[in-house]
Design a protein around this ligand. Sequence first.
Ligand code: TXA
Ligand code: MG
Length: 323
Amino acid sequence: MTLLLGAEEVERAAALLRAGDLVAFPTETVYGLGADARNGRAVAAVFEAKGRPHFNPLICHFPDAEAAFAEVVADGRARALAARFWPGPLTLVLPRRPESRVDLLAGAGLDTLAVRVPGHPLSLALLRAAAVPVVGPSANRSGEVSPTTARHVLDGLSGRIAAVLDGGPCEVGVESTVLDLAAGEATLLRPGGVPAEAIEAVIGPVARPMPISATQAKGALRSPGMMLSHYAPSLPVRLEARDAAADEALMAFGPPLPGAGRVWQLSEGRDLREAAARLFAGLRWLDAEGQRLGLARIAVMPVPMEGLGAAINDRLERAAAPR
Ligand code: TXA
Ligand code: MG
């Protein structure tokens, strides 16, 4: 039985985490599958609950920068970015301190660690109450669409985890931006809630990855999370749709194309923040409706690449990738 905990039950959620149980929790990006990062068994249970085929490194969550930087070595760039964007949707990959208490499995044996301070009052309250570093991959079964409500978490993980802390729908809706500062040159490993341009305004040029399709073809994955097929609905996904058919479920951005069997509006007014927040719920809904009505695929209208559009297009490309 998975408990559904309300905002007033933060202490109970924290106690479960400290006892080594798995507790999904809301962040501003997506719901995370929390576990005590120092507890190897709890971390292993996260991989098991998600059904992750490989031990991808996990992000460690902290209530503030000071707690995060106790586990990793932060340079001037990391401190400047933390001051500007934390709490918020930015994850920094930094050299792990030798004395770090984070279990090696959480970092998949790497000598770096991904750290972030999430920008959601309930995550911060939980992290403060737990007083341990908390790993938090997205709280979904491996390969499925990330959850942006407690209901989504239960749909995938009910019975596999101790509890879900319900904080309502996530505001940002796409995962954090992952920036590698451990290897010298700042490198974007995953586009996300903080646009790369905003990072560059603080620390100067950031190396951008090749388009993910090209990266995959060259086998040059720096981050296991850059794997191409991910966020996969059951129905096939067609990108850059400029027309729609009756046997298609349409993901609209702006005035919807006519003729589709079902429509989910990302943002009528073409607002990228609104679109990001509605992306994963839309993929889930179109997939369920499309299957119910026997539709052939999900068609997605073009979304511009500026700002949060980079993260949105990244997730859409993965949803559309061959599996
Ligand atoms: O918004 C988010 O970041 C959400 C919420 C719950 O915080 N969490 C999340 O975690 O998306 P996860 O585990 O699904 O994604 C972690 C990403 C993966 O792409 C992983 O490969 C990368 O970060 N990563 C983690 N540690 C790394 C490391 N040491 N070096 C390189 N990449 C790393
Ligand atoms: Mg994920």
